[in-house]
Design a protein around this ligand. Structure first.
Ligand SMILES: NC(=O)c1ccc[n+]([C@@H]2O[C@H](COP(=O)([O-])OP(=O)(O)OC[C@H]3O[C@@H](n4cnc5c(N)ncnc54)[C@H](O)[C@@H]3O)[C@@H](O)[C@H]2O)c1
Ligand SMILES: [Zn+2]
Length: 386
């Protein structure tokens, strides 16, 4: 079956690439990579982790080799804690030892952790070589693999070192979701709800309906059914198209922009999410789970500020809750969490910017100055401690 395609355009820049979405695409990954990279590409550094490579690596490697690439494999540790300087050093040393040249390329096979690290390494090695993304988690498919944000974590916080560096192509094989653990699906759907909440009523409703029909706990089993596969593909196309539209007109998330189409709106829920991840040493929450809480907190603040109706926030909360259970947060100390907000990347000038909602699909950006700390604390209390 042919792949469906979403074009990623970058506001007049000549670099344009496609996201191919479909089934059983991995066995043809080599031909796809060749079409993205051209005839000059010789070597490919295939980056993954042991788990994902064990599931899909050989298939991809064989296909790349059959299309004439010399493939070398580097497997990173599995987990957010490996998205760091040490892994970056190791991966760059690996590129050097394997003598990768400017016409060679990197292929990231895995979730957002693999994609962010491999993309960042590709962006700095020889001042930038081509890279391709083969995302294998829902979160990576709809969010991290598209749009060119790459990076690593440091002691100061998440994703603080990185680059805007676009891939040459993205390959989304829906079938890979079949092996994904439920908790990872829940995390991915939280990001999907986030995109719906800021993207528009249509995307929000499509995501909500999908969750009604195929709750994350059942999705793996049902991905064998034609109806489910079709709906999943449709949802992926809608979600990725939304992300593409945002990236097209604000590729680099310009600091001065505070309009409702700014790329910043994709950070909805992320102020609280990043603080929750940091305060628990990145070990307790999946990124997407923390985003789930972040959405609820941003909704609560929007309601308390009376910029959004109670009905809309209830609708939002209902869809977040339908994603599934999130880890318990009763032991999180709220004052410590509040203190962490000052390190957030969304701090522009002296003030943190909050992405809030006026309605479903109507985001608005407010600075921290406009929101009393006590109101933020009450909202955290409401969501995390009740
Ligand atoms: N660059 C961006 O724009 C952007 C956007 C959102 C998130 N992110 C980043 O993405 C990361 C989170 O990504 P993630 O949620 O994909 O986590 P992840 O990469 O850690 O993957 C989650 C787990 O699923 C496993 N896995 C991956 N694919 C699988 C498959 N098909 N079957 C079975 N297991 C599989 C992985 O080995 C891992 O254990 C965070 O670091 C976050 O900061 C980046
Ligand atoms: Zn995110």
């Amino acid at each position: 079956m042919d792949a469906r395609k979403v074009l990623i355009e970058l506001g007049g820049r000549p670099h344009v690439y496609q996201v191919n979405i479909g089934r059983e695409l991995l066995p043809a990954g080599g031909a796809w990579a060749r079409s993205c990279l051209g005839a000059d590409a010789g070597k490919i550094a295939l980056i993954s982790n042991r788990k994902v490579f064990g599931l899909y690596g050989e298939e991809v490697r064989e296909s790349l080799a059959a299309s004439g690439f010399e493939v070398c494999v580097w497997l990173m540790g599995d987990g957010e804690e490996y998205k760091n300087f040490e892994s970056l050093t190791e991966i760059l040393n690996f590129f050097g030892r394997r003598n990768l040249r400017r016409t060679d390329a990197v292929v990231a096979l895995g979730g957002g952790v693999v994609g962010d690290l491999a993309g960042f390494a590709a962006s700095v090695y020889l001042r930038g070589i081509s890279y391709l993304q083969i995302p294998t988690t829902l979160l990576a498919m709809i969010d991290s693999s598209v749009g060119g944000k790459t990076g690593i974590n440091t002691d100061f916080g998440k994703n603080l070192i990185g680059s805007f560096y676009q891939p040459n192509g993205v390959l989304v094989d829906v079938g890979t979701l079949q092996t994904l653990e439920k908790r990872e699906l829940v995390a991915g759907f939280c990001e999907a709800v986030k995109q719906g909440a800021v993207g528009g009523r249509e995307l929000f409703d499509e995501t909500g309906e999908f969750l009604q029909n195929y709750p994350p706990g059942q999705l793996r089993k049902r991905l064998g059914d034609e109806d489910c596969l079709q709906s999943t593909e449709n949802l992926l196309v809608s979600q990725i198209s939304f992300k593409a539209a945002i990236v097209k007109q604000d590729e680099r998330e310009e600091t001065v922009r505070i309009d409702a189409k700014s790329r910043k709106i994709l950070n909805f829920g992320h102020t609280t999410a990043h603080a929750l991840e940091k305060i628990t040493d990145y070990r307790y929450f999946k990124h997407g789970e923390a985003v789930g809480y972040g959405i609820l907190v941003a909704g609560e603040i929007s309601k308390k500020l009376e910029i959004c109706s109670q009905d809309s926030i209830e609708l939002l909360n209902g869809v977040v809750r339908s994603v599934g259970n999130l880890p318990d947060t009763k032991n999180i100390r709220l004052d410590d969490l509040l203190d962490l907000f000052i390190y957030d990347k969304k701090t522009i000038g002296k003030s943190l910017q909050w992405i809030l909602l006026e309605d479903i699909g109507k985001p608005t950006i407010l600075t921290g100055r406009d929101i009393p700390r006590s109101l933020i604390k009450e909202s955290l209390l409401e969501v995390l401690h009740k």
